[in-house]
Design a binder for this molecule. Structure first.
Ligand SMILES: [Zn+2]
Length: 327
């Protein structure tokens, strides 16, 4: 596959799995295009053209010629300076690595991470929280995340990839959309009757089974095994943790159990206060599942995947598990 084809496949799969629906995303892109057309020339010069086709600000080609043919990819959850140097070491040892693929955003995609958080407004609205309330409680949090990104030296890893001339990209929200969509449908189909069964369903998936062996498997952090889950909300996409105020609104809207990748302590206390059960599925295992649903299609198109940096690689199409369980 060409570098740009891999990027476009990620965006396309991310849109197809997006719980806002493809029509809503098309509407958002169209609205942005109109805003762009009305901009002054100076504003247009600063505008990232990729935004007109890609609704995910945290997913970008970061370095390299987009027409390059890619046959072998070093892929991990966090691909930072160490992993970029690892790619160079592996090349020295004779391994072919045409592309470094990160899940967590790097470079300009990291600096713009907060922009994808608006997705959370629509997810809350789908649960029954009025959209004006959802937008109101998220606006402060989105601005806060934006400010928290400012001190970062966000282009370090990309700078190393450029000096070593190794193409690099990151795929964040498309993969998080894939895992959210996958688990939402799984719970709808299996209809767990207790919180214990929610955990059991997760542990039947190979990524979470592998995480259990690494002491990072699914855990109940609010509620208990015998409680009934009520309405399950898979909260795994939209950039990063949302607003604390959302828990009260979700409880009113009818959410019984939240299944997330991780939870901040202040958020956990809010969930407890409003009697929302919280199952933490596990961060890296959930990120792995989301990436795997995308990587499977790359492998199907003859691109070899070398997993590193926490990625628990399972191919659902060929049913192969690449990483041996440690310990
Ligand atoms: Zn993550």
């Amino acid at each position: 596959m060409k570098f740009r084809e891999i990027y476009e496949l990620a965006v396309q799969k991310g849109i197809a799995a997006d719980l806002r629906g493809e029509a809503e995303i098309a509407r958002l892109l169209e609205r942005l295009r109109k805003e762009y057309e009305e901009m002054k020339e100076s504003e247009k010069a600063e505008f990232d053209q990729e935004r007109l086709h890609n609704p995910f600000s945290d997913t970008r080609m970061l370095y390299g010629d987009e027409n390059l043919e890619i046959e072998s990819v070093l892929c991990g959850i966090d691909m930072e300076v160490g992993e970029v140097l690892l790619a160079d070491r592996l090349r020295d040892k004779g391994q072919t690595i045409d592309l470094i693929l990160a899940h967590h955003p790097e470079g300009k995609a990291l600096a713009a991470l907060y922009q994808v958080m608006h997705l959370q407004e629509d997810l809350l609205a789908q649960l029954g929280v009025p959209i004006n309330v959802a937008e109101g409680i998220l606006s402060g949090r989105i601005a806060e995340v934006g400010r928290n990104l400012m001190p970062l030296n966000h282009n370090r890893a990309v700078d190393v990839a450029r000096l070593l001339d190794i193409p690099m990209m990151c795929v964040h929200t498309p993969a998080d959309n894939l895992v959210t969509n996958f688990l939402t449908r799984l719970f709808e189909e299996k209809k767990p009757e207790t919180v214990r069964e929610v955990v059991k369903i997760l542990k039947e998936l190979p990524e979470y089974a592998a995480a259990v062996k690494l002491n990072s498997g699914p855990t109940i952090v609010v509620g208990s095994e015998k409680r009934r889950p009520g309405k399950i909300f898979v909260d795994m996409t939209g950039g990063t943790g949302g607003a604390k105020e959302a828990y009260e609104k979700m409880a009113i809207a009818g959410v019984g159990t939240l299944v997330g990748m991780h939870i901040a302590e202040g958020h956990r206390k809010e969930a407890e206060k409003y009697n929302i059960n919280v199952v933490i599925a596990g961060h890296i295992a959930s990120d792995s599942l989301g990436m795997n649903l995308f990587l499977d299609e790359m492998e199907q198109r003859k691109v070899a995947i070398l997993p590193t940096s926490g990625l628990i690689r399972v191919n659902r199409l060929t049913k192969t598990h690449k990483r041996s369980d440690r310990g």
